[in-house]
Design a protein around this ligand. Structure first.
Ligand code: ACM
Ligand code: ZN
Length: 760
């Protein structure tokens, strides 16, 4: 019997349509971007069974791939040697333990690596060659590619604080699984805090009964005064069995788990369980709000015995090389008033309480080293002298890393400016409440873990970097996902790919695809790809407002009077009056793809004037340059890290504004940020020097009453002054000074953050 020709055509079309991938793709969308990759024509097409051959040391990685094929595509593997097959082979010539080669040809998927890690990363790249909308009912075809890849840094980590909030075992596994897909190799598990102790220690049952639970939790933001509480008992801990299960799960994904057992600070929960661990011996409660607490371990013999016992149990659970001992934010008040501590300082010939902190850490390091493990500590462990073998995790900027690397210590970079994923990621007022700060995706992507201050030799001590997720304001696992992704995705590329390979627009194109994979994995990531950004431009006094969005896929619509944005944006908007700009990205059907953007521009007398400042703003908080203070745009109401606020660390500043013609001054207003939890303090006074057109000058000083508001508004009215025509004015702003002990950042210099200077 003959087949009618149309039936053959129908079958051919059916087969063609069922392919999940066009015949040749133009770009491979792998994140982090591989070192070398090329695409050729042709596909590797899967059938319902595929032959898989592996060398024995890669069997567990091959099983991981087999599980994926079975669960996602109903494809089974068979252990046989056929023409059409997947092969894992050992290649000792690959020059990096985590490196790999992946070749896909029409007949073979060939993975070569030197270790299991490399083979696992090859599989992760392979998984990103599969269609984003994977479908069991369609034929799966992969593009033919050649990839040679290896990481730039050895340490590629993500941290999670489970003390402030507590998450299920299943979620911890999901978090580890997600970071492993980004070729991150370390999970830093922050297990003990003032607000909860989360690891079972069998020798000390009260850590489970008392320290793991707080009686209630602060509602809202710490800076919303007066404080209110929810009245609900909260807590939990991971049993040793659960921890072993998690560590084994992580091992299958080539992720090392580093436990953090905080000392001497952030220990109030443990002291609540065993008051004799503190200096006063008095009963305290597990903390119910956030911040820094004075209850720290007293360096007594019984405390060291307790901590050594804890470490003994911890070591049996975590096979990795490192134990993180914290070391950050330990106030010295209790030690100053404790006769034991003072005697110990004298007996050991220590300089002061910082010397005692150093003694504490060094003693614990010796113990941990004697068990064959190394310590990591936050950069405060530098104070009073670094423990001989310690690795430093630099979080208060990069200074700690620079100092430690120059002293020959390994360092891991995790500065607040680029790695704190508990900070806000968008200016949008609808963002969920966060601790503060501003760290958008692009800033994470711009991170370079090697501080400029290091020579090439010193830079060898930089092991890599890490993103931190502190969870005071992150009560649910969905919100952990929202804060972590996509910023961890950007960080993965910072840590894996070389700087020459980084390109933000290219990254965004790949991220659009990666996010669809996250949809499939049910991840609640933040989607700011379709957000509109605005920038005021000043070309020889002509002001325009420029709108942009990172995605190339859709157009921007706007309005300038606060109405619904309906005008298609083609070129920068001329700004010749104060205006209220609204804008949104819409798809071809007119559906809004992201949040609506809104920006008020106020054309006051200072806009476009010449501005100079006696001190450079801190490089991390200088996004808009000094002109940001006279560009007609005020900073975000909650966050100081956007491009409108300028930040200065510990410096007295003088800002001079020169007008191009004598200008009458009726009022001056500005704003200072006062986020004390982030070490930011409004100044206590402000002086203004008026340099008049008639060459005379007067200075006025106003006291700024300290208030508890996060934003300190200053408005000074001069309309009573006659004839205040000025050539220039100078604002003299003394720094707040040293932060009092007991406050967050106590003993450190305070930051000054200033916003737009509005002159009318
Ligand atoms: C830290 O953020 N306190 C290390
Ligand atoms: Zn003491």
């Amino acid at each position: 019997m003959k087949h009618p020709y149309y039936l053959i055509l129908f079958i051919a079309l059916f087969l063609f349509n069922c392919q999940q991938q066009p015949n040749k793709v133009d770009e491979i969308a792998i994140i982090p971007k591989p070192l070398e990759q090329s695409i050729s024509s042709g596909n590797f097409v899967f059938e319902s069974t595929i032959s898989l051959k592996t060398e024995i040391q890669f069997a567990s990685v091959a099983n991981y791939l087999t599980d994926f094929l079975k669960s996602e595509l109903d494809i089974t593997t068979k252990n046989s040697d056929e023409k059409h097959q997947i092969v894992f082979s050992l290649n000792d010539e690959i020059d990096n333990d985590e490196g790999y080669e992946l070749s896909v040809t029409p007949n073979q998927i060939h993975i070569q690596a030197k270790t299991k890690k490399g083979a696992f990363y090859a599989v992760q790249s392979l998984l990103q060659l599969f269609p984003v909308d994977i479908d069991k009912n369609k034929t799966t075809a992969l593009p033919c590619v050649e990839i040679k890849d290896k990481p730039q840094f050895r340490y590629r980590g993500m941290h999670l604080d489970v003390g402030r909030h507590f998450y299920s075992v299943d979620f911890i596994k999901k978090y580890i699984d997600l970071i492993s897909r980004l070729k991150m190799n370390t999970f830093h598990w922050h297990l003990t805090e003032d607000q909860g102790w989360r690891i079972e220690i069998k020798k000390y049952p009260k850590l489970q009964e008392v320290a793991a639970f707080r009686k209630e939790t602060l509602i809202g933001h710490y800076s919303d005064q007066p404080h209110k509480f929810d009245g609900k008992k909260y807590g939990g801990y991971y049993t040793q069995e659960q921890i072993k299960d998690i560590v084994a799960y992580a091992q299958q994904r080539q992720v090392t788990v580093i436990p953090e057992i905080e000392m001497p600070g952030h220990s109030q929960a443990a002291i609540a369980a065993y008051p004799e661990l503190g200096c006063t011996g008095k009963q305290v409660e597990v903390a119910t709000k956030w911040g820094i607490f004075e209850e720290v371990y007293c360096p007594s013999e019984s405390t060291f015995k307790f901590l050594e016992d804890v470490i003994d149990e911890v070591i049996t659970l975590f096979p990795g090389k490192y134990i993180h001992i914290g070391g950050d934010e330990a106030p010295k008040t209790r030690w100053k008033n404790c006769s034991h501590c003072q005697k110990l300082i004298k007996k050991e010939g220590l300089k002061d309480e910082h010397g005692l902190q150093s003694y504490f850490i060094q003693r614990m390091e010796k113990y941990i080293n004697s068990k064959g493990k190394q310590i990591i500590g936050w950069d405060e462990i530098l104070e009073g002298g670094l423990a001989p073998n310690a690795t430093v995790m630099s979080w208060r900027g990069v200074g700690g890393a620079v100092q430690a690397a120059k002293e020959g210590h390994d360092v891991i970079l995790t500065p607040t400016s680029h790695c704190y994923f508990d900070y806000y990621q968008s200016d949008n007022e609808k963002e969920p409440t966060a601790i503060g700060g501003f760290l958008p995706l692009e800033k994470v992507y711009s991170f370079n873990p090697v501080p400029k201050e290091l020579t090439e030799d010193e830079a060898k001590y930089v092991l890599g970097g890490q993103g931190n997720v502190w969870t005071e304001y992150i009560p649910t696992s969905q919100q952990v996902e929202y804060m972590t992704f996509p910023r961890a995705i950007a960080l993965s590329e910072v840590l894996w790919s070389t700087p020459e390979h980084k390109n933000y627009n290219g990254f965004i194109n790949r991220l659009e695809q990666f996010q669809r994979r996250l949809d499939h994995l049910d991840v609640n990531y933040a989607n700011h790809i379709y957000e509109v950004k605005g920038k005021l431009q000043n070309h020889d006094g002509k002001l325009t407002y420029e709108l942009s969005t990172v995605s190339q896929s859709y157009s921007i619509y706007y309005s300038t009077d606060g109405s619904e944005p309906t005008t298609l944006y083609k070129s920068p908007i001329p700004v010749d009056a104060s205006m209220n700009i609204k804008a949104v990205v819409k798809n071809d059907e007119g559906k809004a793809m992201g949040y609506e953007f809104e920006q008020k521009v106020k054309l006051h007398k200072g806009v476009g004037a010449k501005i100079s400042i006696n001190k450079e703003p801190h490089p991390s908080y200088n996004a808009g340059g000094k002109e940001a203070l006279v560009n007609g745009i005020s900073g975000n109401n909650k966050r100081y890290g956007d491009k409108e606020w300028l930040g200065f660390w510990g410096e007295d500043i003088e800002i001079t504004i020169e007008f191009d013609k004598p200008t009458e001054i009726n009022s001056i207003s500005t704003r200072f940020h006062n986020g004390n939890g982030q070490w930011i303090y409004a100044p206590v006074s402000l002086s203004i020097e008026f340099n008049k057109a008639n060459e005379s000058s007067i200075t006025q000083t106003v006291g700024l009453y300290s208030n508890k508001k996060t934003i300190s508004d200053v408005q000074i009215d001069f309309s009573e002054e006659e004839n205040l025509f000025c050539k220039s004015i100078r604002l003299i702003i003394p720094n707040y000074g040293i932060i009092p002990e007991g406050k967050q950042g106590g003993g450190n210099k305070a930051w000054t953050f200033i916003d737009e200077i509005v002159i009318e």
